[in-house]
Design a protein around this ligand. Structure first.
Ligand SMILES: C[S@@+](CC[C@H](N)C(=O)[O-])C[C@H]1O[C@@H](n2cnc3c(N)ncnc32)[C@H](O)[C@@H]1O
Length: 262
């Protein structure tokens, strides 16, 4: 029995008022974090190639755009949460140049391990701190970061509002919050096409390339469960951020949200 089958059973037994969704299954509070960690353990070695296959390379454009918006400078302190294999951190390093203090934090050591190897390949081994940690309980002091980024990570955390409050806590006054995440395609017809593509094609690619249909099924389901653009913007503002706004990418398939800690 795979761990996902096992947890479908747990989910069926659970009547959880907090609605902790693991994909489309409801699980007990606390379990989602472990399940998500297992998903990324299982996909880490093929994560980068799968990203390209699933998105037709579009994720690279989204990430480039995201980091361009940040306008990174070498005198800033960056924290990339759920930073995985380093895609955002590397782009920040490229734009900011040497000297920027960039920390990649992720709950999953195997994703960070792949990231560290990639940094070594680029000759950037000493340019990053790699820290294992949970977005909901960051191992960093208050008011210590200029720019907080989280890309395709927020939908995986168990308590989104707790992670947002942690982002607010670690940012210094004047610091900026940036989130890149899958979102809701706004045109109803295109939304149906996109839904069909993601439900039918992505788990198939997962099966063929990574021999792991279930993890990719989770990734697709987690996109559907994530709050839409406006709801997420409201929740970012609720933890204290000001000047909160978002930009749709590719008709809303993804969105960049940003906020300021005044
Ligand atoms: C889809 S990957 C995104 C990686 C990278 N940011 C990118 O854009 O390529 C999601 C990452 O979130 C991490 N993650 C999931 N839950 C987390 C949590 N509670 N705290 C920190 N990282 C988490 C996973 O381990 C995984 O590396």
């Amino acid at each position: 029995m795979t761990f996902l089958n096992k947890y479908s059973k747990v989910a069926a037994m659970t009547q959880n008022p907090e609605k902790n969704w693991f994909g489309e299954k409801q699980v007990e509070a606390g379990e989602k974090t472990d399940l998500v960690r297992q998903v990324f353990d299982s996909v880490s070695s093929r994560y980068d190639i799968m990203n390209d296959l699933m998105s037709g390379g579009v994720h690279r454009h989204w990430k480039n755009h995201f980091v361009r918006k940040i306008r990174p400078r070498a005198d800033q302190v960056f924290l990339d949460v759920a930073g995985g294999t380093g895609d955002i951190a590397f782009r920040i390093r490229q734009k900011a140049g040497p000297g920027a203090r960039i920390t990649v934090c992720d709950i999953n050591p195997s994703m960070l391990e792949v990231g560290r190897d990639r940094a070594a390949d680029k000759g950037w081994l000493d340019d990053f701190e790699w820290v294992t940690g949970n977005a909901e309980d960051l191992p960093f002091p208050d008011n210590s970061v200029d720019v907080y980024t989280i890309a395709f990570g927020l939908r995986n955390v168990t308590h989104i509002d707790t992670a947002l409050a942690e982002a607010y806590r670690v940012l210094r006054p004047g610091g900026r919050f940036y989130c890149l995440e899958f979102s809701a395609v706004e045109d109803p017809f295109l939304a149906r096409v996109y839904d069909a593509y993601s439900y039918r094609v992505i788990p198939q690619i997962g099966q063929i390339v990574a021999k792991d249909r279930e993890s990719y099924q989770y990734l697709v389901e987690s996109i559907r469960k994530f709050p839409d653009q406006k709801s997420l913007a409201r929740r970012i503002a609720k933890v204290g951020f000001q000047n909160v706004y978002y930009e749709n990418l590719t008709l809303g398939a993804a969105a960049v949200h940003q906020g300021l800690k005044a």
